[in-house]
Design a protein around this ligand. Structure first.
Ligand code: KIV
Ligand code: ZN
Length: 514
């Protein structure tokens, strides 16, 4: 079977989704899990865009062995210098340089002629090749570019030393059959194409990112750029789990292999969702709560008689044999730690004790602690040392005849911030009291609550999306008490804003890849 290389861009394109930004440590933890998942390439970030991005790339490049680490750069020497610097110490470094090739981008965004674009691309690839042996070139907005021009630039950058040629569907415009023909024309129109690997990077604006990636593989692409849970700019990128499982399940029609350990898929998905605070839609293929649930009587009857009547893959094959009872209040620290490591949840020793104490509180309230609860506990406890505020306590007075009133106290180092406020409901009152206590002006854009596991005492997970000074921040919190989960989620969003503010202090230039 032909091998398809999985290039994961969760930490670069994925992190560009509004509200998905992560701390350097969080990015590193996700990178460790991506390596365990078996991706071939981890795109760690866009180093020139901010000191925070640079630090994340450097930490991942230095720390992760056995996997290629790519970082993004525009076709500019200063970007490539920063990319090369961030990759120092990497076992398998790759510089990924890009420039737009569509008429609309060249004329209106870059204001350059096609000849100038070719010259810049060739110069950038040569410059990058002097810094790393592996260079990838991307023709941004590739699918809206003219084929003769694409063939010309691709031929030249391969001559200049690019070993991977990526054709992004930057705006999610392609249609599968058309995209396949488009790629075949490139393969046929570039005489030295056999010296490079053809790659694709599809966005999901029309919901076709995975379909386009599969069509691309059938047309000759051997690297596919994806993200966990399909996160990414706007509607996101092709989802890793959907793409990989399509290859696995339909091996008869798609005879391609990957290095993905599919049993690590669910772990990776949960870990990312909890880290960035994006809830996974219930009907999301492979990783959504309902993806393996059979509701109709006819379906249930069929599955009981023979599973394959309504299941094209097993939940176990993607690591979803997890929702069994695993631990209880009598479980010791060692058992807790072992179960976390079985689930691929790594937690620094310094934070383990706190996570265990939290587990004990939850085990006491809820008796049965499921693996899904553990994902939440761990992501809730990670990274607290760097948080500006912690929730000290809250009190709410509410009822259908009272004006909902909340008192909260937040702590930041030795300082305490205490205030009371009323609101339309208990949650609104808590949020108003928090705003007042720390003198913040925020706008709540979204509030989602969901139960992590079944049962009346289930852990409730709250995600909020808050606008602060024009920036959208996502926060999450979990507790068996929904009001406490709400307060924690809100404080979490504010802490992310504080972290963002502190990384921007200094010299970040705020460039994004698009
Ligand atoms: O979508 C896109 O074109 C990109 C490139 C930078 C690869 O993300
Ligand atoms: Zn992209």
């Amino acid at each position: 079977m032909d091998r398809v290389w999985i290039f994961d861009t969760t930490l670069r394109d994925g992190e560009q989704s509004p509200g998905a930004s992560m701390s350097v440590e969080q990015k590193y933890e996700i990178a460790v899990q991506l390596a365990r998942l078996g991706v071939d390439v981890i795109e760690a970030g866009f180093p020139i865009s901010s000191p925070h991005q640079f630090d994340g790339c450097r930490m991942i490049a230095r720390g992760l062995k056995g996997v290629t680490i790519a970082v993004l750069s525009r076709a500019l020497e200063k970007d490539i210098d920063s990319a090369a610097e961030s990759l120092k110490g990497a076992e398998r470094p790759r510089i990924h340089t890009f420039i737009a090739t569509s008429p609309i981008h060249m004329e209106h965004k870059l204001r350059k002629s096609p000849d100038e674009i070719v010259e810049m691309a060739v110069k950038a690839v040569k410059y990058a090749r002097n810094k790393t042996a592996e260079v990838e070139f991307s023709a941004e907005d590739g699918t809206r570019s003219e084929i003769p021009f694409l063939c010309r630039i691709v031929e030249k950058v391969i001559d200049a030393g690019a070993r991977v040629i990526n054709i992004p569907d930057t705006v999610g415009y392609a249609i599968p059959a058309e995209f396949a023909t488009f790629l075949k024309n490139i393969v046929e129109g570039v005489p030295n194409m056999d010296k490079a690997i053809l790659s694709v990077h599809c966005h999901n604006d029309l919901g076709l990112a995975v379909s386009n990636s599969l069509a691309a593989v059938l047309a000759g692409a051997r690297q596919v750029e994806v993200t966990v849970n399909g996160i990414g700019e706007r509607a996101g990128n092709a989802s890793l789990e959907e793409f990989v499982m399509a290859l696995n399940v339909r091996r008869d029609f798609l005879p391609f292999s990957t290095g993905i350990q599919t049993r690590q898929i669910y772990n990776s998905s949960r870990m990312l969702a909890n880290t960035i605070g994006f809830a996974i839609p219930r009907n999301k293929p492979i990783v959504g709560e309902n993806a393996f649930a059979h509701e109709s009587g006819i379906h249930q009857d069929g599955v009981i008689k023979k599973r394959e009547t309504y299941e094209i893959m097993t939940p176990e094959s993607v690591g979803r044999d997890s929702s069994q009872l695993v631990l209880g209040r009598h479980s010791g620290l060692n058992g807790f730690k072992t179960r976390l490591s079985d689930l691929g949840l790594s937690i620094p020793e310094s934070e383990l004790r706190r996570a265990y104490d939290r587990f004990l509180v939850i085990a006491d309230r809820k008796k049965e602690v499921f693996d899904d609860d553990l994902y939440v506990i761990v992501s809730d406890e990670l990274g607290h040392e760097t948080e500006t505020f912690t929730l000290d306590y809250f009190n709410v007075l509410s009822g259908n005849t009272a004006v909902p009133t909340a008192t909260v106290r937040l702590r930041s180092g030795d300082k305490l911030f205490e205030e009371a406020a009323t609101g339309d409901g208990p949650v609104d009152a808590i949020f108003n009291a928090i705003d007042r206590a720390i003198s913040m002006t925020t706008k709540l854009e979204e509030y989602v609550v969901q139960a992590v596991t079944p049962g009346k005492e289930a852990l409730g997970e709250v995600s909020v999306s808050v606008l602060i000074e024009g920036r959208k921040l996502v926060g999450r919190g979990a507790s068996t008490d929904i009001l406490e989960a709400s307060a924690k989620a809100y404080v979490n969003a504010i802490n992310r804003f504080k972290a963002y503010q502190s990384t921007r202090k200094g010299n970040g230039n705020g460039n994004d890849a698009h």
